[in-house]
Design a protein around this ligand. Structure first.
Ligand SMILES: NC(=O)c1ccc[n+]([C@@H]2O[C@H](COP(=O)([O-])OP(=O)(O)OC[C@H]3O[C@@H](n4cnc5c(N)ncnc54)[C@H](OP(=O)(O)O)[C@@H]3O)[C@@H](O)[C@H]2O)c1
Length: 280
């Protein structure tokens, strides 16, 4: 079994392929369609998009055109961070479903606990409302799992303490030297699967000399070590690429970073200084 089809199991029993293909900053139209098509051809069976990426329609089309049975592809999208009322969330869900044009979604996440223009603001009351819409979406059977993204401990606990249906997944930024440990621990204690976005620090990790020294031990690239590191932490990596060579290379993860090398990588401070963080 390839690592791309190997799965984790979420708290509700739904399985999710251990590596997802990220689609942030991939332009809608031919670029997104070709990238997702190439990823599916290379063996990825898990695609991560969001309404905010404005490419849901191209992602959905690539999934439908792939010839791969729908049940064999795991599709995630995200509720816009600005949808902070029941009505706004419900409308956004319908819009995503229309854009994607798939019968059902596998995972839908609240993109962030605050609108992007107000990073760190307190939207706890509004998130409870938005979560109610997420729960109703889940109960309708049109999405197999629901979750949250960029939620810190306080924002997570707000949902855990006020929900009827507990989130099944948390997506947050996770790469060598930047691992949001408190947020991960809180989610895992509550039974959530943790997904790591920007495993390559949006590309800024690539020239890192310390990681390069580890990559040499296995005859692989910095990107491959960075993705493999996330997997060995039990977190689900979501690497993004448009370059077909990158798409293909990032599927070659069949090596094991030794305990010593993992310990060394753990000592590295933020390996991509200058990379933006959403942690508040
Ligand atoms: N929930 C959230 O708020 C949130 C936020 C950020 C990201 N995400 C998700 O996580 C995904 C990944 O994060 P990200 O988009 O920040 O990017 P990333 O995966 O950390 O890095 C992507 C960058 O690395 C380059 N790259 C990929 N493979 C490479 C390789 N083998 N060698 C050299 N360079 C390589 C890509 O280049 P090319 O594209 O030119 O191939 C691109 O510039 C997103 O696409 C999205 O799905 C979620």
């Amino acid at each position: 079994m390839s690592i791309l089809t190997d799965t984790y199991t979420m708290s509700n029993g739904v399985t999710i392929p251990k590596v997802g293909f990220g689609t942030w900053q991939i332009s809608a139209g031919e670029t997104a369609y070709n990238a997702v098509s190439a990823a599916l051809k290379a063996g990825y069976r898990h695609i991560d998009t969001a309404a905010a990426y404005r490419n849901e329609a191209s992602v959905g089309k690539a999934v439908r055109d792939s010839g791969i049975p729908r049940k064999d592809i795991f599709v995630t999208s995200k509720l816009p961070a600005e949808a902070k009322s029941y009505a706004a969330a419900q409308a956004a869900i319908e819009h995503s479903m229309q854009e994607l044009d798939v019968d059902y979604l596998d995972l839908y996440l609240i993109h962030a606990p605050w609108p992007w223009a107000e990073l760190g603001a307190d939207y706890k009351k509004e998130n409870i409302e938005a979560w109610r819409a997420m729960e109703d979406f889940y109960k309708s059977g049109r999405v197999r799992a629901i979750g949250i993204s960029n939620f810190n401990v306080a924002d997570q606990e707000n949902i855990y303490n006020n929900c009827t249906i507990k989130p099944m997944a948390l997506q947050l930024q996770y790469y060598i030297g930047y691992t949001e440990d408190a947020n991960v621990a809180c989610a895992q204690k509550n039974g959530l699967l943790v997904e790591g976005f920007s495993p390559l620090a949006t590309g800024f990790i690539i020239g890192n000399k310390d990681i390069e020294s580890v990559a040499k031990h296995y005859g692989v690239s910095v990107a491959q070590v960075a993705i493999r590191y996330v997997l060995q932490k039990g977190i689900l990596p979501l690497p993004k690429a448009v370059n077909p060579t990158h798409i293909e290379a990032n599927t070659k993860l069949d090596f094991t970073i030794s305990d010593d090398d993992m310990a060394f990588l753990d000592t590295l401070k933020d390996t991509a200084p200058g990379e933006d963080h959403n942690e508040y």
